[in-house]
Write a protein that binds this ligand. Structure first.
Ligand code: PEP
Length: 254
């Protein structure tokens, strides 16, 4: 099972800051455990430069979104072919902020996953419930429905090549984290859904936890059996914290 530590920079950093952060992350690469894959997702304008800086290193550069169509009159959008042409290796899809502010649906996310895989770009599919749903005990049902809709049109091999990030919306950017038990419980549920859908291949799909994951809480989360790394927001904006998370992943998951 691969372990992945992925940083989502969201709409932060200017060009110089982005270059500095990439350089600082790469500076620690000699110490990365061979079993940890490291991914950063800068904003679109900085992707090409990030790919150039990451060339020859183990750092994978990801986009934060893409459009499902190959090309066309979609002002403001970016296709997977465009991402592929500059060497982007992964792409986050279905992030809760895109669902909340831009109306992204699981059906559209499913089409984005198919497009990404056709371009050999690794999709990082985000799912997770909002606070009300958690408080009503509906988190299992919500995540099952999200996966069902996103994966409906995908075949076994496509789902097997997709990374899943469980991100409880109530924990994103709030400083509130799912406890290791809460996270493991729903990750095990997601694993069960995957195995039900695609059989044993579902046991090999990396399941990342996201939501206020920091160096001081990552050890408890990453150590659990169905948590194969993290999708990191705030702590990915700081090279020291992000590097600490990579180190913790390497130590805890070996
Ligand atoms: C995220 O937005 O994917 C995320 C996990 O953010 P944070 O770590 O800041 O909660």
């Amino acid at each position: 099972m691969r372990t992945i530590v992925a940083g989502n920079w969201k709409m932060h950093k200017d060009r110089i800051e982005a270059a500095d952060l990439i350089a600082a992350v790469i500076a620690g690469a000699d110490a990365w455990s061979p079993s940890v894959d490291v991914v950063v997702a800068p904003p679109f304008p900085f992707l090409a430069e990030a790919v150039e800086r990451a060339r020859g290193t183990r750092l994978v550069v990801a986009a934060q979104n893409c459009h499902e169509a190959a090309h066309g009159a979609y002002t403001g959008e970016v296709s997977v072919a465009m991402l592929s042409s500059i060497g982007v290796g992964a792409c986050i899809v279905g992030h809760s902020e895109r669902r909340q502010y831009f109306g992204e649906t699981d059906a559209a996310v499913g089409r984005k996953i198919a497009a990404l895989l056709s371009a050999n770009i690794m999709p990082i599919y985000c799912c997770g419930e909002v606070l009300d749903e958690r408080e009503q005990g509906r988190h299992f049902e919500v995540v099952a429905r999200q996966m069902d809709e996103a994966f409906r049109e995908l075949d076994v091999s496509a789902i097997a090549r997709t990374v899943i990030a469980y991100e409880p919306v109530w924990a994103i950017g709030t400083g509130r984290t799912a406890t290791p038990d809460q996270a493991q419980e729903i990750h095990a549920f997601i694993r069960g859904q995957l195995v039900g859908r695609i059989g044993d291949a579902g046991r090999e799909v990396p399941l990342l936890y996201g939501g206020s994951c920091k160096p001081d809480n990552a050890g408890g989360l990453f150590g659990r059996s169905d948590i194969n790394g993290g999708l990191i927001g705030g702590a990915a904006l700081d090279a020291t914290q992000f590097t600490a998370l990579i180190t913790i992943a390497g130590e805890v998951m070996n």
